[in-house]
Unconditional design. Structure first.
Length: 180
């Protein structure tokens, strides 16, 4: 199901024309993620790359779609219990990002997304839903930075319990046409 949603979103984003005056964008991000399931905990830093398309629907309302992915995390804190660890091997996903214009340089947004994460030591891949809140600031004609908090709830891991994560992400964004 997740792969179908990802494929449909990719087809939709790549089929948009420049007649809408929106812009394709891409960039790197670093995410600090704190996973918890029962008494098992793992914290790591993820390098992420992302790309998407966004457009202003009204002068004050922005809508964007984004694909993202990243390799395994860099360990910060690993608290395994009974031989179980939440260390990840990779993650990828898709998000819808509606936002509101606060002024000419600043936008607040919400992230609704789906993510798939491979947990290395549990030898399982789990899908989850994301809800995030953040701000994006224009720093040059085609460059922006953004910071956000993302909560992810995964399907449960039978041996570890309900799985969730709290993440903080800092991103650099290059828009191929300035639309901010």
């Amino acid at each position: 199901m997740f792969k179908k949603i990802l494929a449909i979103t990719a087809i939709f984003v790549t089929s948009l024309s420049t007649a809408y005056a929106g812009a394709f964008y891409a960039g790197p991000a670093f995410e600090y993620d704190d996973f918890r399931a029962g008494h098992v905990r793992y914290s790591g830093i993820y390098p992420i790359v992302f790309g998407g398309y966004g457009d202003w629907v009204r002068d004050w309302l922005y809508v964007g779609g984004e694909l993202f992915g990243g390799p395994k995390s860099i360990d910060v804190n690993n608290e395994p219990k009974n031989g179980q660890s939440l260390k990840t091997k990779y993650t990828y996903g898709v998000s819808i990002i509606p936002g509101v214009n606060l002024d000419d340089m600043l936008m607040a947004f919400i992230r609704f997304g789906f993510v798939s994460t491979k947990f290395q030591e549990l030898e399982t891949t789990k899908g989850g839903t994301q809800l995030g809140l953040g701000v994006e600031s224009k720093v040059a004609e085609c460059w922006s930075v953004r910071g956000e908090y993302i909560y992810t709830r995964y399907s449960s891991v039978s041996s570890a319990g309900n799985l969730r994560s709290d993440a903080f992400m800092l991103s650099g964004i290059y828009r191929f046409e300035s639309s901010f």
